[in-house]
Design a protein around this ligand. Structure first.
Ligand code: FAD
Ligand code: NAI
Length: 466
C-alpha cells in the first residue's frame, strides 16, 4: 500500500492528525502498536482518570456534603470494582468512537509496532511477529510518552506503581504515598483520598504544581490539606522497599536528614518522557534532543524533510489538546495551508476539586520579563453561585498589562475552573483587555461572574461584589 501520509501512534495527536489529513484530501494510514486506539489519553490517561475523579467526587460529596444539603444516606460504601468497571466502560465507548471516526474518514488502521525502514517506508510488526511494509510520502511521528522512573524507586507495578496501575487498583489503599506533587499525583491522589485512603505527597520542590502560577499551588495546598492530604516538601526520594504489603519510602531533605514513610502503595508521578523506542529513528537520521524528544523546527518537521513529529514526543506541554493542535497544524501544512499554534494560549488544568486552570503568563514569568502588570483577583467565597453549591474555596486571578489593560494571564482555582478557562482563552486570542471582558454580560448566577469580577478588579479595582 502507498499513502500520502502515515501516522505512527494513535493518541490525541495521532488520531486528530489522521482525521485532519483525511479531511484535507490526503490518503492516510495510522499505525498503533496496541489493539486499542486513542493512546495514553483515552486508555490510561485523561479519560479514565476523569471517570474515577467523577466517581470518587460523588462518593466524597455523599459522605461529606449531602447532609448539609438535607440529604440523608444510610450504609454508604464504596464498590471499587464497579467504579473501575464503569471507568472501563467509559474508555471502551470513547475508543469505539475513534474506531468509528477512522472508518468514517476512510483512514486505514494498521495494528503493530511501526518502525522506519527508510524515510518513505514503514514496517509494521504485529504482536504475533508478522510484518508488512507500507510506502508513504510523509510520516508523522506521534508516539507519545511514558512515565519517568528513578533507580532508587524500582516500579514493580504491584505496590510501587505508575498512573497506569493506579487506574486499576483492586482495593483502596490504606496509605498511598505519592512521589511528585504535580498533576498526576494530585489527581490520582485525590481519587483515593476521597475514597478513604490516607495520602502523603513527597515533593522535591517547595510547592505543588510548580509549573503553574505560585498562587495556585499555595491555595491548592491549603484546600487539599483540609481534605486530609499530607505534604512533605523539599524532600528527595532516595529509596523505596517493599516487604509483603508494606512499602517504605525514604526521603532526604536539603540538610541530608532522611525520613521514612510507610504505606501500602507508592504512586510514582515525577513526570513523563518522550517515547521513541523501536521506531528505528537512526535508520533515517531523525535527531532527538538532549531529553530524548524528537527535535522539530517551527513547522514541526524533523531533521529529515517529510518526517514530522507532534504531541508528547516533542518539546512543549504534555497535554492532549496541545497534541491535537499540532496534529491539525501538520495536516494543514502538508496541503500548503498556513495554520498557527499559539503555544502561550494552551490552557493547563488540574482536575482536583476545586479545579485548577490557567492560561497565559504567570506572575513569576511577568516579573522575570520585567513587564509592568496589574492584578485583579476575586474569591469564590464572594460568589452567590459558589455559596449555593458550597464551593467557596479558591479565586480567579487576572493579570493585565499595566498600560494597555490587555489580559496577559488568567489563573483560577475553584468550581468548574476547567470549563471556565475557555472564556479566558477566547478573550486572550482576541487580545481583549480586562475592561472588555468586564463590560460583557455574564449570566447570573454563574461561576463565570467571578472572571468578570476579577477583570473589573484588574481594570481599575472596582469589583462589584467585594
Ligand atoms: P499518546 O497519547 O501517548 O499516544 C501515543 C501512541 O503511540 C500510543 O497509543 C502508543 O501505543 C503508540 N506508539 C508508540 N510507539 C509506537 C510505535 N513505534 N508504533 C506504533 N504505535 C506506537 N492531558 C490533558 O490534556 N488532559 C488530561 O486530563 C490529562 N490527563 C492525564 C492523565 C494521566 C494519568 C496521564 C498519564 C496523562 C494525562 N494527560 C492529560 C496527558 C495526555 O495523556 C498526553 O499529553 C497525550 O496523550 C499525548 O498525546 P500523544 O498523541 O502525543 O501521545
Ligand atoms: P509533573 O511534571 O506534573 O509533576 C511531577 C512532580 O514531581 C513535580 O512537581 C516535580 O517537582 C516532582 N518530582 C520530580 N522528581 C522528584 C523526586 N525525585 N522526588 C520528589 N518529587 C519529584 O508530572 P506528572 O504529574 O507525572 O504528569 C506528567 C505529565 O502528564 C504532565 O506533564 C502533565 O502535563 C500530564 N498530565 C496532565 C493532566 C491534565 O492535564 N489534567 C493530568 C495528568 C497528567
Amino acid at each position: 500500500m502507498s499513502y500520502d501520509v502515515v501516522i505512527i501512534g494513535s493518541g490525541p495527536g495521532g488520531y486528530v492528525a489522521a482525521i485532519r489529513c483525511a479531511q484535507v484530501g490526503l490518503k492516510t494510514a495510522i499505525v498503533e502498536k496496541y489493539s486499542s486506539l486513542g493512546g495514553t489519553c483515552l486508555n490510561v490517561g485523561c479519560i479514565p482518570s476523569k471517570a474515577l475523579l467523577d466517581s470518587s467526587e460523588h462518593y466524597h460529596n455523599a459522605a461529606h456534603t449531602f447532609k448539609t444539603h438535607g440529604i440523608e444516606l444510610k450504609d454508604l460504601k464504596v464498590d471499587l470494582g464497579q467504579m473501575i468497571k464503569r471507568k472501563g466502560d467509559v474508555v471502551k465507548q470513547t475508543v469505539d468512537g475513534i474506531n468509528f471516526l477512522m472508518k468514517k474518514n476512510k483512514i486505514d488502521v494498521y495494528t503493530g509496532m511501526g518502525s522506519f525502514v527508510n524515510k518513505n517506508k514503514i514496517k509494521v510488526t504485529a504482536a504475533d511477529g508478522k510484518t508488512q511494509e507500507i510506502e508513504t510520502k510523509n510520516v508523522i511521528i506521534a508516539t507519545g510518552s511514558k512515565p519517568i522512573s528513578i533507580p532508587p524507586v524500582p516500579i514493580d507495578k504491584k505496590r510501587i506503581i505508575t498512573s497506569t496501575e493506579a487506574l486499576n487498583l483492586t482495593e483502596v489503599p490504606k496509605h498511598l504515598i505519592v512521589i511528585g506533587g504535580g498533576v498526576i499525583g494530585l489527581e490520582l491522589g485525590s481519587v483515593y483520598s476521597r475514597l478513604g485512603a490516607k495520602v502523603t505527597v513527597v515533593e522535591f520542590l517547595d510547592t505543588l504544581i510548580p509549573a503553574m502560577d505560585r498562587g495556585l499551588g499555595r491555595e491548592l495546598q491549603k484546600v487539599l490539606s483540609k481534605q486530609g492530604f499530607e505534604f512533605l516538601f523539599k524532600h528527595k526520594v532516595v529509596g523505596a522497599e517493599t516487604k509483603g504489603k508494606e512499602v517504605t519510602v525514604k526521603a532526604e531533605n536539603a540538610e541530608g536528614q532522611v525520613v521514612e514513610i510507610k504505606g501500602d502503595y507508592v504512586l510514582v508521578a515525577i513526570g513523563r518522557k518522550a517515547y521513541t523506542e523501536g521506531l528505528n529513528l537512526e535508520a533515517v537520521g531523525v535527531k532527538v534532543d538532549e531529553r530524548g524528544r524528537v527535535d522539530v523546527n517551527d513547522h514541526l518537521e524533523t531533521s529529515v524533510p517529510g518526517i514530522y513529529a507532534i504531541g508528547d514526543v516533542v518539546k512543549g506541554a504534555m497535554l492532549a489538546h496541545k497534541a491535537e493542535e499540532e496534529g491539525t497544524f501538520v495536516a494543514e501544512r502538508l496541503v500548503g495551508q498556513k495554520p498557527h499554534v499559539n503555544y502561550n494560549l494552551i490552557p493547563g488544568v488540574v482536575y482536583t476539586w476545586p479545579e485548577v486552570a490557567a492560561v497565559g503568563y504567570t506572575e513569576e514569568q511577568l516579573k522575570e520579563a520585567g513587564r509592568a502588570y496589574k492584578v485583579g483577583s476575586f474569591p469564590f467565597k464572594a460568589s452567590g453561585r459558589a455559596r449555593a453549591s458550597m464551593d467557596l474555596d479558591g479565586f480567579v486571578k487576572v493579570l493585565a498589562d499595566k498600560t494597555t489593560d490587555e489580559i496577559l494571564g488568567v489563573h483560577m482555582i475553584g468550581p468548574r475552573a476547567a470549563d471556565m478557562i475557555a472564556e479566558a482563552v477566547v478573550a486572550m486570542e482576541f487580545r481583549a483587555s480586562a475592561e472588555d471582558v468586564s463590560r460583557m454580560s455574564h449570566a447570573h448566577p454563574t461561576f463565570t461572574e467571578s472572571m468578570r469580577e476579577a477583570c473589573l478588579a484588574a481594570t481599575d479595582n472596582r469589583p462589584i461584589h467585594m
